[in-house]
Design a protein around this ligand. Structure first.
Ligand code: ATP
Length: 401
C-alpha cells in the first residue's frame, strides 16, 4: 500500500535500516523506518489516511511518525529533499539521494533498503556491502571518521555486536580504539551517554555487551572507578534471575529494567562515587538524592536481614517501605543469604500491599482528635495486621480501643 501511494505521488518509498536488517536475520522488529524520495510528510499523511492512523509531522526536518490504530509505529524520513526539484529526474540522481541518506548511518548492516514501489517491490538496495557483512556477521562503519563524527556509535557497535554475536571488523575496531584514545566519549553529553547505556541495559541479555564495554575499557567514561569484576558478572546474572522471577509474578508492568541493571552495574561504587556516576549521566539532582537515600536504606535493610533471626513481617515492611521496585529487585539480586531473599520476595509479593481496614474516618468516629497521632495509630494497626495479630476490621477497632 505504501508503494502504491508513493507511485501515485511520483515518489519512491523504501523501508530501511533496522527493520530490513532484522528481516534478513529472521528476527522480530516492530519499528518500521521508511525513507521517501519525495516529500515525507505529504506521503505520511496519505498513508495515515489510508489506514486511519494518526500522524505527527516535523515539517522542518521533513519527518513524520505514523501511529496505526493497532499501536504500530512507522517513522517516515525524507531523503535529501533538495534533490527533488524534478520528481522525474534521472534514476541515478534519484538513487543518489537515498544513498546520501544511508551514508549518514552508523554501520553497513543498517544501510540496507527495500523498495516498496509496485514495479520494483521487494528489491534490495545495498550500496555499502551490508548484505555481505550481515552474512559474515561483521559490524563495519561506512567511513574512517564515523566514530569521531558521533562517539555514541562506539556504544552502538558494542550493542549490535553483542546482540547478534557479530564481531567488530578489524579496521572498524582500530578506528573505535583510536576514538577511545582521543577520549571522545568524554565530550558526549550525559543525556546521550545515558541514552546509549539505557539501550544496552535494555537488551534481552545485557551481559555480553557489558563484558565488551569492560574489555574495551568503556566503563571508565561513566566513572573512572567503574569496573566489571567476576563478582560483578555474577551480580548481573543474579539480576537477570530476579527480573525473570518478577516478570513471572507481575508481568512487565512499568518496570525500568535498565535501571535495575544500572544499579547492579554500579554496585561496587560507594555512595559518593555512585552519585558522581549518576551525575555524569545527567540524572536530575533530585532523582540522584532519592536513589542515594533508597540505596542507603536498602544496604541497611540487607545488613539487618542478614543479622536478624526470624524477622517479623512488620519489621520487613518498615525496612523496605517506599523503595522502588527497581531498587528492590537490585536488592534481591544482591542479597546472598536465603533469609534476605525471602524477605524481599515476600515484601514484593504480599507485604507491600497490606493496608489496615480502618481509615482516618473510623478514628474520627471514635472521637480521637485529628493530628499526627492518626498516622501513628494506622501504622501500628498495619503492623499488627502484618504480624497476624488482627485479621479484620473489628479486631483492628478493638486494638485501637
Ligand atoms: P534497534 O533494533 O535497537 O531499535 P535500530 O537499528 O532500529 O536498532 P535505532 O536506534 O532505532 O536502531 O536507529 C534506527 C536507524 O537509524 C539505525 O538502523 C541506524 O541506521 C540509524 N542510526 C541510529 N543512530 C545512529 C547514529 N548514532 N549514527 C548513525 N546512524 C544512526
Amino acid at each position: 500500500e505504501a508503494g502504491k501511494i508513493a507511485d501515485s505521488l511520483g515518489y519512491r518509498a523504501y523501508v530501511v535500516g533496522g527493520f530490513v536488517r532484522d528481516l534478513l536475520l529472521g528476527q522480530k522488529n516492530l519499528d518500521v523506518d521508511l525513507v521517501i524520495e519525495g516529500d515525507g510528510p505529504i506521503f505520511a499523511r496519505r498513508l495515515a489516511e489510508t489506514f486511519s492512523g494518526r500522524v505527527s509531522v516535523h515539517e522542518k526536518f521533513k519527518t513524520a511518525v505514523i501511529t496505526l490504530p493497532s499501536g504500530f509505529k512507522i517513522d517516515v524520513a525524507t531523503a535529501r529533499w533538495e534533490y527533488y526539484a524534478y520528481p522525474a529526474a534521472l534514476p541515478t540522481v534519484e538513487l543518489s539521494s537515498l544513498k546520501l541518506d544511508l551514508f549518514r548511518r552508523d554501520f553497513t548492516i543498517n544501510t540496507l533498503a527495500i523498495k516498496l514501489n509496485p514495479g520494483e517491490f521487494g528489491q534490495l538496495v545495498d550500496f555499502f556491502g551490508g548484505l555481505r557483512d550481515l552474512k559474515d556477521g561483521v559490524i563495519r562503519v561506512l567511513h574512517s571518521l564515523s566514530f569521531v563524527e558521533d562517539p555514541t556509535r562506539i556504544f552502538r557497535a558494542v550493542r549490535f555486536s553483542a546482540r547478534y554475536g557479530f564481531r567488530i571488523g578489524r579496521h572498524t575496531l582500530d578506528l573505535l580504539k583510536g576514538a577511545l584514545k582521543l577520549n571522545l566519549v568524554d565530550r558526549l553529553s550525559g543525556r546521550r551517554l545515558l541514552n546509549e547505556l539505557r539501550h544496552i541495559l535494555s537488551e534481552r541479555d545485557p551481559l555480553p555487551a557489558i563484558r565488551q564495554m569492560a574489555e574495551l575499557d568503556l566503563l571508565r567514561f561513566i566513572h573512572p572507578d567503574l569496573k566489571l569484576t567476576e563478582e560483578g558478572e555474577g551480580l548481573i546474572k543474579e539480576t537477570e534471575a530476579s527480573l525473570s522471577w518478577y516478570r513471572l509474578q507481575f508481568g512487565e508492568e512499568n518496570l525500568k529494567i535498565w535501571m535495575v541493571y544500572l544499579l547492579s552495574l554500579f554496585d561496587r561504587l560507594d555512595q559518593k562515587r555512585f552519585a558522581t556516576a549518576l551525575a555524569r549521566l545527567e540524572i536530575p539532582e533530585k532523582k540522584i538524592r532519592t536513589l542515594l537515600e533508597e540505596r542507603g536504606r536498602l544496604f541497611r535493610a540487607l545488613e539487618h536481614f542478614k543479622k536478624t533471626h526470624s524477622i517479623s513481617k512488620s519489621a520487613i515492611y518498615r525496612s523496605l517501605e517506599g523503595l522502588s521496585s527497581e531498587m528492590l529487585l537490585y536488592g534481591l539480586a544482591k542479597a546472598r543469604d536465603q533469609a534476605s531473599k525471602q524477605a524481599i520476595t515476600l515484601f514484593l509479593r504480599e507485604l507491600r500491599k497490606v493496608r489496615p481496614a480502618i481509615t482516618g474516618q473510623d478514628l474520627k468516629k471514635l472521637g480521637i482528635p485529628e493530628g499526627p497521632i492518626y498516622k501513628k495509630i494506622l501504622e501500628t494497626v498495619r503492623d499488627a495486621r502484618l504480624d497476624g495479630l488482627v485479621q479484620n476490621k473489628e479486631e483492628e477497632l478493638q486494638l485501637v480501643h
